[in-house]
Design a protein around this ligand. Sequence first.
Ligand SMILES: Cc1ncc(COP(=O)(O)O)c(C=O)c1O
Length: 451
Amino acid sequence: MTISATTPVQATQPPTKTWSTVPVSTVARSTVNPIRQVIERLHKLVKDHQNASGGVALSTNEPISLSIGDPTVFGNFKTHPEVNNAVRKQLDSFGANGYGPSYGLLAAREAVARHCTTPAAPLTAGDVILTSACSGALEIALMCLAEAGQNILIPRPGFSLYKMLAVARGVEVREYPLLPERNWEIDIEAFSSLVDDRTAVAVINNPSNPCGSVFTKTHLQDILAVCEARQLPVIADEIYGDMVFGTSDAAGSDDEGSHDVSGIPPKFHPLATLTATVPILTVGGLAKQWLVPGWRIGWILIHDQRNLFSNVRQGLLDLTTTLLGPNTLIQAALPDIFQNVPASFYADTTAQLAQHARLAQRLLSQIPGLQVIVPQGAMYMMVGIHIQDFTGIRDDVEFATRLILEQRVEVLPGQCFDYPNYFRIVLAPPKDKLEEACHRIAQFCAKYYQV
Ligand SMILES: Cc1ncc(COP(=O)(O)O)c(C=O)c1O
């Protein structure tokens, strides 16, 4: 029989298989966010404790979260009105609604270059790639520089995305230690010893999440010396650049002064300003300094005075063509944002963070069993737990679990950053909430601390 256009085609073969659960890719399966994993474990422990016969009843205190690295959640940190004006102007112009170049609008890249350029590390628009947040910048930079079978160096404790991105793509991670007794400086010898001929790149995060540390110029030069000797390119994660403060002052007041223990205010040095030879991709974005993490605008700055990144530049551009660049509305607002936001806005943010840091440092360092590592920047503080002195508490996850149950205070266990028996607090909550949280932590510790 001939098949006419109207004859329905019958399946001649019986189906070879029936539907079953659709498999998921290796990349998806290997994408594991350790913070989510630890928090899920923590929440399960909270539930188990509540369900156990004779288990602990959840405290009726108002919950206070010191765990979320988003400065906007409590409403005390707001972006500057000029930031809103800049976006409103673009919205009303109907001029920023179309697709832009995948690597970013020219005017926006020029604005970032102007904002970030320095005499020692000059930038033009051609050295700037705009991305979907700093996370997008990290993904593109890492995918461009490292591949399966190679390894990358990342900090421990460190921001979890570095490991997530690498492991999901078959890239080995080698964690170099940060030393709490040295203000979280890198153990340079250990760092150097991890490099081999399969090492593609080192990730350096300064100021640090989760440590709140700020590296000195001398320390950054020591890091660069290793990179130079081993011909190791760097990804410099400087999303908290310029968010620097001291915490100790002679008067011990929570309201004034801003100096570190030596009396010298810490200073942020962009890594690229300290070398003319090591090729560096600096990643950053609007999220933290401009207090708009939800807007998802980030950037990559290509610092390459010896033209060692000529292929990498092309690779970065090629990788941007997948998503066709970040949100054009916010991109178009960047020139006005950089130009119109007064310096006092940035200074106010860091002054407030400094006050909060001093308050938390003063209150938490009085608690037996805890050890505060004094922060100097970003918006975090790491606190060590002498876990052996806390009866019936096994580790930092159990500490954080019981703290939620008994005091309704949420902190992030150090295991989220591959650093057990510490916890991280965020310094963003308003002073009264932070103070109340510290008092509750003190009560909690007093109950379990026994020496
Ligand atoms: C060190 C560090 N790098 C990158 C990011 C990602 O920033 P974004 O929200 O712009 O993706 C964060 C966010 O918390 C961070 O702490």
